[in-house]
Write a protein of this length. Structure first.
Length: 131
């Protein structure tokens, strides 16, 4: 049998073997359970075709995974950039800031900070009362 085919075959039945295994310290599979696992016997030419198809699909998975990893890294960098601009005061243009200040629900950061402090103090007092 073709070595790569055997490798992928065993990877495909790994969960079945684990499910059939028993033991407390070291898990093992008994011969009866092992014999119950069906292993297809196919020609070497078909084995090569199966391996080629598996590797082709795994290659696609690798590319997708790489793309996801790159996207996550870009998202982290973008998040850091946004936070940096926000704390530098350069996130919004002067026009955007003026539009925000003109909104009816606008409140300056100082008011928000006072609300947060008051809420934190209230929670601390509630916690003391419960004790």
């Amino acid at each position: 049998m073709f070595n790569k085919y055997i490798h992928y075959l065993f990877k495909s039945i790994e969960r079945i073997c684990i499910k059939l295994s028993s033991g407390t310290t070291v898990k093992g599979i008994n011969l009866t359970n092992l014999k119950s696992i069906e292993i297809p016997v196919i020609e070497e030419r078909e084995q090569h075709q199966i391996v080629q198809e598996i590797e082709s699909r795994l290659s696609v998975c690798d590319k997708v995974e790489e793309s996801i990893t790159e996207s996550l890294e870009k998202a982290k960098a973008l998040r850091q950039s946004i936070l940096k601009k926000a704390f530098e005061g350069t996130l919004l243009s002067e026009e955007e800031i003026a539009t925000c200040k003109a909104a009816p629900d606008y409140e300056p950061a100082s008011v928000l900070l006072e609300k947060i402090k008051a809420e934190t103090l209230r929670q601390a007092q509630d916690k003391k009362k419960k004790k």
